[in-house]
Design a protein around this ligand. Structure first.
Ligand SMILES: Cc1cc2nc3c(=O)[nH]c(=O)nc-3n(C[C@H](O)[C@H](O)[C@H](O)COP(=O)(O)OP(=O)(O)OC[C@H]3O[C@@H](n4cnc5c(N)ncnc54)[C@H](O)[C@@H]3O)c2cc1C
Length: 483
């Protein structure tokens, strides 16, 4: 997926735009000093939120223990190598690092990891019709969707919400009538504003796919907000990924904290009071307890809501923990004998589609051929439907769909694997998105409760990204270091 517009992107970008500035990293988050009274901190979860927090705490001289349910670090950052030939690999979880992802980029630099620029969309395949992106733009070709403007893929819904976007003059003072849009869904607002059914359907494939849900599930306020931000995600967004595999980033953090990181230790219960915390977890089949001055919960809410918490946190925190929306997402990696997407007459090598595979693209751009990996990022109802199928059926759909795009597929297809994050026992979902009524959830979810701190993408302004997970970990470490 590509980064979704967030409030802080919006605030920073709009302020910068107003001042004619280039956005610069928020350096204030690093080099924090303080007089923390915490001698011992337990961090739950070794995703990027947890490991970045642990790393910063350890650097500040605080005694840490990280408890992780899996046997590896990185959580939703999952680079798969084993099933593929010729050292090919595929990102089955987080993939893109955007040019503005300052936290991810900062630590990549610190650990000597290079970011490889990704290719832009060069093809479209919708309603059975193929478009070459360059021709589509040059000749202002029209998509087979009612009410669309020629030569444009993303942002077709803008005209229907323009007057709402224009009401926002000051991002720090959003008019109350605009704020009320958080009570309805993006689809409801578009219908109310007279958008044809086709515009809403196209929005499913453009923006709702990134959010891993449907326009009926997304807050209308979030959609309007996204349009205020001039460079919201589009077919022109510049993205990259870590050269050699994104898993190197969590692994580098994990290496630094290795002696304090316990794998295969799922947390079952969190008890807390004014004096400290006690965390109960399974280790080698036995329930064990560990006490600390503080704890950082950096596991997804889908799992936290099933974990025993005693006493409960504040009512508003518990409400957000229980209700926060997560979407449906699947990735499918397909190994091909030859890179047919680069050959004459191909629809493209990164194709926007309305098929069950949604986004389909050549992944192995940093590796020599002749073999190559084609990746699909699919979400929402398409992911849910595929998720109900067996692995064999999923791969059959993938192969048939790839054949529609590149007819030679059956002759060069070798193998494939899928990863449906909603069936992952330590995730059970994709990542957070803003449903109606959830506009202020992030702020509430990020607030500490006595000796308990919270990290993870769901607590970050840059939610649903690696950058956001790291930002949250650094922020939680800062809360503790400051004391
Ligand atoms: C398919 C997919 C595509 C994505 N694409 C992108 C992208 O292109 N760019 C981008 O920036 N982001 C992307 N993301 C989002 C990104 O992966 C996440 O926002 C980020 O990795 C979340 O990090 P986290 O630390 O908050 O959570 P996680 O990575 O989920 O880490 C939480 C950790 O907690 C552990 N845990 C769970 N329960 C327990 C328990 N009971 N006890 C102990 N440990 C527990 C888990 O095993 C996990 O390791 C994508 C995500 C998915 C799924």
């Amino acid at each position: 997926m590509s980064k979704i517009i967030t409030r802080r992107d919006f605030l920073r970008a709009s302020t910068a735009a107003a001042a004619g500035m280039v956005i610069t990293p928020a350096r204030s988050l690093w080099n924090v000093t303080g007089n923390s009274s915490a001698e011992k901190v337990i961090i739950i979860g070794a995703g990027l939120g947890g490991v970045s927090c642990a790393y910063e705490l350890q650097n500040a001289g605080i005694d840490i223990t990280v408890l992780e349910a899996r046997s590896r670090p990185g959580g939703r950052v999952r680079t798969c190598r084993d099933p593929f030939a010729d050292n090919l690999y595929a990102e089955m979880g987080a993939e893109y690092v955007d040019s503005s992802d300052e936290y991810a980029r900062k630590y990549c630099k610190e650990f000597g990891l290079d970011i490889l620029p990704a290719k832009l969309y060069d093809g479209i395949y919708v309603r059975g019709k193929k478009y070459d992106m360059a021709d589509f733009k040059t000749f202002k070709q029209q998509l087979p969707y009612d009410g669309t403007v020629g030569g444009k893929l993303f942002g077709q819904e803008f005209e229907y919400v323009r007057h709402w976007v224009e009401k926002i003059k000051d991002p720090n003072d959003i008019p109350s009538d605009v704020m009320k849009l958080d009570r309805m869904s993006a689809a409801q607002l578009l219908r109310k504003e007279g958008a044809p059914k086709d515009i809403i359907e196209l929005y499913t494939y453009t923006n709702a796919t990134e959010s891993t849900c449907t326009p009926d599930q997304m807050s209308a306020l979030n959609m309007v907000f996204g349009h205020f931000y001039a460079s919201a995600f589009s077919e022109n967004t510049m993205e990259g990924r870590i050269f050699g595999g994104n898993d190197q980033l969590p692994k580098r953090f994990a290496k630094e904290i290795a002696s304090n990181l316990k794998y295969n230790c799922p947390v079952k219960k969190i008890s807390h009071n004014k004096k400290g915390v006690e965390v109960s977890f399974e280790e080698s089949g036995k329930l064990t307890a560990m006490s600390a001055d503080r704890c950082v919960i950096a596991m997804p809410l889908t799992i936290l809501r099933k974990t025993k918490i005693t006493p409960y946190f504040s009512d508003e925190k518990m409400h957000c923990i229980r209700k926060q929306s997560y979407g449906e997402v699947m990735k499918i990696a397909m190994q091909f004998k030859r890179r047919i997407w680069d050959e004459q007459g191909s629809v493209g090598q990164r194709v926007f589609t309305d098929t069950p595979l949604r986004r389909v693209y050549h992944f192995s751009i940093d590796q020599p051929g002749p073999r190559g990996i084609l990746l699909s990022f699919t979400s929402g109802s398409s992911a849910a439907k595929l998720g109900n199928m067996s692995e064999q059926q999923r791969l059959r759909v993938a192969r048939e769909t790839a054949t529609e795009l590149w007819p030679e597929t059956p002759y060069v297809w070798e193998s494939g694997i899928s990863k449906y994050w909603n069936e992952d026992p330590w995730m059970q979902g994709s990542y957070t998105y803003v449903s109606p009524g959830q506009w202020d959830f992030i702020d509430i979810l990020a607030q500490p409760e006595e000796k308990v701190h919270f990290a993870g993408e769901h607590t970050s302004e840059f939610h649903s990204s690696m950058n956001g997970a790291i930002e949250s970990g650094v922020r939680a470490s800062k809360e503790i270091i400051k004391g």
